[in-house]
Ligand binder design. Structure first.
Ligand SMILES: C[S@@+](CC[C@H](N)C(=O)[O-])C[C@H]1O[C@@H](n2cnc3c(N)ncnc32)[C@H](O)[C@@H]1O
Length: 385
């Protein structure tokens, strides 16, 4: 047993380990379910190895169990983070260049994982990622949900102020502000709402990770799916970043921890003295959090709104009655299968999230009406211009 391993055992209470065992079981179930339809062959091979190791006593199982006892990682997030963390360590290994080539095979992952857990430096780096990092993958296509919600709910042409909490690389608001097309997203009857420009007059993206920091940029690349690590895909992202950089006068970025009550998010003041945003976006962030933290983030989002403003939550979730486990009225899903990624809208003073949209997946190729779509009309939310 390594020193790190010992340390966790001292810290973890029996309740922590009971929670970790429950999470390990749910993660293994998700790996098993995803076998039928792997997101990517490299991810599929990685999950196959972990599934096998999680189902019996093994040093790998002990390692992840200790991590889960130390840090609350919701199982859906852990499925993602375990892979991204291991991918990062493999990409940093200079003596084995060429990743992801060959990693569609379980044998390559068997050898790599054994090495990562034995090599002191690699194990330390992997532990650091799993205990402290969030994945920061940022997908512009996800902001089709924000665009549809804003175009549907606010009056035609009204200049809007929008905050994006957990904005990652801040692609969303910047892309919308320069009217970067969402050409990869098909919306059928919703297409006009995707194609219409959103009149954003001011926006701010806030994130724990400083999007301009060199190490953060490296981690963001390490968070890409293996199929998105090609030279062609990386160049496309660089070109996209260049095009949206023109929005920097309208769309700010602020680094900060939104769970820190001392963090003040700047809010624009209007001529009538009312401060705040028309909309606050929480896109693919809440699934990474504990129920208590979700409540804190939602409270903060509400305080940033003007009267009549809305919170747009987009995540791997479905609406359920509020409970201790699901205090926002959303159940976050472990398995990101078909139709698991949805857009919900909450009004400033009304607690119930309404399901506006359903996407085919978190990569947002297709979108359609959610079950509460018809309850939204511009008249329903009176907003002072
Ligand atoms: C998966 S990314 C989503 C990025 C983008 N919103 C999207 O939908 O593509 C989640 C982001 O939430 C951020 N985040 C998590 N906890 C946070 C906190 N307490 N304060 C600020 N940002 C946080 C992470 O740093 C990460 O960039």
């Amino acid at each position: 047993m390594t020193a790190i391993h010992e340390k966790y055992r001292d810290i973890g209470t029996p309740e922590d380990f009971a929670r970790a065992d429950d999470a390990l079981g749910r993660i293994a179930e998700t790996f098993a379910a995803q076998r039928e339809r792997p997101l990517d062959p490299v991810i599929g091979a990685f999950q196959e190895v972990l599934l096998d190791r999680f189902q019996q006593a093994s040093p790998t199982r002990d390692f992840y169990r200790n991590i889960l006892a130390e840090r609350f990682i919701p199982p859906g997030f852990a499925v993602n983070l375990f892979f991204r963390g291991s991918q990062a360590i493999q990409m940093r290994n200079e003596s084995e260049p060429g990743y992801p080539e060959g990693f569609e095979s379980s044998e390559r992952w068997e050898t790599a994982l054994d090495r990562m857990l034995k090599d002191e430096e690699e194990r330390k780096s992997l532990t650091e990622i799993l205990l402290h990092k969030d994945t920061i993958t940022t997908i512009y296509e996800r902001y089709a949900g924000t665009k549809i919600a804003l175009n549907l709910i606010f009056q035609n042409g009204m200049p809007l102020r929008v905050a994006d909490l957990g904005c990652g690389a801040n692609y969303g608001l910047k892309g919308l502000a320069v009217d970067e097309p969402l050409s990869g997203v098909s919306g059928g009857e919703l297409q006009p709402l995707i194609d219409k420009r959103v009149p954003i007059e001011f926006g701010i993206g806030v994130d724990l990770a400083d999007m301009y920091d060199r190490e953060v940029i490296q981690w963001r690349n390490e968070c890409r799916r293996p199929g998105e690590l090609t030279h062609e895909a990386m160049s496309k992202t660089a070109e996209f970043e260049n095009r949206i950089s023109h929005a920097e006068d309208k769309i700010r970025f602020m680094q900060g921890d939104l769970l820190d009550l001392n963090l003040a998010v700047p809010t624009p003041v209007r001529s009538d003295g009312q401060t705040g945003y028309h909309a606050v976006v929480l896109s693919t962030m809440c699934y990474q959090m504990s129920p208590e933290d979700q409540v804190s983030i939602l409270d903060r989002a509400r305080t940033l709104l003007i009267d009549g403003g809305i919170v747009i939550i987009q995540d791997f979730a479905k609406s359920v009655p509020k409970s201790l486990k699901c205090p926002m009225g959303l159940e976050f899903l472990d398995d990101w299968g078909i139709d698991s990624y949805r857009t919900f809208v909450l009004k400033k003073n009304d607690g119930e999230p309404k399901e506006l949209l359903i996407f085919d997946s978190g990569r947002c190729k297709n979108v359609r009406r959610g079950k509460d779509f018809d309850t939204f009309t511009p008249k329903e939310i009176p907003v002072v211009p």
